[in-house]
Write a protein that binds this ligand. Sequence first.
Ligand SMILES: [Ca+2]
Ligand SMILES: [Ca+2]
Ligand SMILES: [Ca+2]
Ligand SMILES: [Ca+2]
Length: 637
Amino acid sequence: MSGPVSSRRCAQSLRLVLALLVVMLLLAVPNASATKRILLVGDSWAQWPWKMGAFQSVLNSNFGTNTVEVEGTYTALGGSTAAGWASNFVPDEGTFPSPPGYTNLPALDRITYSLNQYPSIDIIHLSISGNDMWSWRVGWTTDQENALFDTIQQNVQTVVSWIHTNHPKVKVLLADYDFLNITENCTYGMAEYNDTAALFSAALGFTLGDVFQNKANNQVLNTFFTHFSPRKIAVAQATPRCSYIQNWGNVQWRVGYTDSLGQLFLPQTVPFPGGAPNFTPLPGGDISYGTPPTYMNPINSSHPKQCDTIHLSPDGYKLMMDNCLVQYYAGWLTDTTPPTVQSITRIQPALTAAAQVQFLVTFSEKVRRVDVADFALTGEGATGASILAVTGDEDSTTRTGTVDISGAMDGPLGLNFVDDDSVFDVNWNAVGGEGAGNGDYSAGEQYIVDRSGPIGTIVINNNQSVTNNRNVTLSMTWYDGAGSGAARMRFSNDGATWSGWEPLAATKAYTLPAGEGYKTVRVQFLDKANNRSATFSDFIRVDTIPPTGTILINSNQPSTRSRNVTLSLAWSDGAGSGVTRMRFSIDGATWTAWEPMAATRPYTLPATPGYYTVRVTYRDAGGNISPRYSDYIKLVP
Ligand SMILES: [Ca+2]
Ligand SMILES: [Ca+2]
Ligand SMILES: [Ca+2]
Ligand SMILES: [Ca+2]
């Protein structure tokens, strides 16, 4: 960041600071054998730590010298804005020369250049947005703030997205700032006082006063700055391989607060600036104080307590790097183990007729950015099913996948994890390692979806239409398709009252209800997932009452001279199943075969003259046989 250049004296002072930095640059000699891992990109909060060697020093003390190295030669551009980066601005060639062989190389191309030059760099420390905020003045409304923030957020997103698109394996830490300070350095008479700070504060619209007034001013200024932080968080959350770190109050928390009047509070007596995922509290520290002046950059070697308003001292930036290291870089630099899917298991019973089922997905470590698109359904049950949601805490090891199977086909249903490198561990290692497909998982447990009942058939007495016996035999078949299989059956005479569920059997003895007439037997089947079938039925006519009838020989004449006579037959089965057959006997012992019905029938008497009785019985469709009916006639020679 840099302040508004509304005054010549302010600009002069900045030049002085820059001159100081050139000296520091000469002291920072990068070691050629160390591995470049972190590229510093952005404004003065990237440039100054780079020039000061502050970040490098923290890395050296944590990992040893010659191990991990930062780089920022062409990309740490003090004074740059998010708007500038988003439009790929051309840095001033005099202040920020292009790499050898280039002239006027635009800012984003400098990122590409640096990454090409040092392919081992896989982290970008990005500090932008501070310089976009200097149009702010005391008294701005929330609407004014938000309008400005909308634009800045868009530009920050553009830059981050550009990095992700063009250098997809690079992790970005969107680093926020620590508190500015316009308290002691604007209070006339204090050792920290300097005109640069006072003019800067006045240029923003503040009325300077005593230390309390300036502290109040400081709170207003820092409040404005911290109001933008949720926008940066939103950018990070919207972008893979991008994290946000809050630094508001970091120095306060680590060292307390001391100014030229003495110590105001001790280390760790104010809240630590909140980390991921919620970043609460935001800000950390005590916003009514700035970063302690002892950790703001000294601007006048003759008056070492005079301090910068905006930039930290090397020690201040070391503390910031320490925060970044503890929360992100330590993991980012050392974790080389990608996450994998360990298991996908059923949460509900395997056999299901439910409308929804859930799978528990367990990863080898905490993961992030898991969503519905990372999964696919498999098996016959996948047809007509859909993944409703994948839930679970970000940066946790498990997720729950909820699948809508209300319209699914019956059959097996599994959930597969499909690796498209959009799931990461907390250190942004892609699932299964870099590349799509190496993290696929398809060995999970399956449900058997069975939401439809079986189908079946029933016939009574092999489909005969009439019976004279209430004790019948039912024959059943059933089929459950790709489902769980039928398991039970039950019966009903009226469709209202049912027998208890009983094991399946292909045949069953059954007693029909009492009474003559049509009887319907209904059956239902139950599958193993407790789906009930539709009702299937057959009917049969019960007829237990024999027919009645008459017989006359030759129209009831008493005698005949011819052996060939005519029988006149009449019969009735009342409301029964109807008479279907008749048979005859001349002696009451031997009978003709059952024959079709006819109202008259020729009949031949025995040859010997005498009295003859012809007997008949009738049989109905149910097999009931009437009593014998008879008539007699005299055969005369
Ligand atoms: Ca890991
Ligand atoms: Ca992968
Ligand atoms: Ca079924
Ligand atoms: Ca009958």
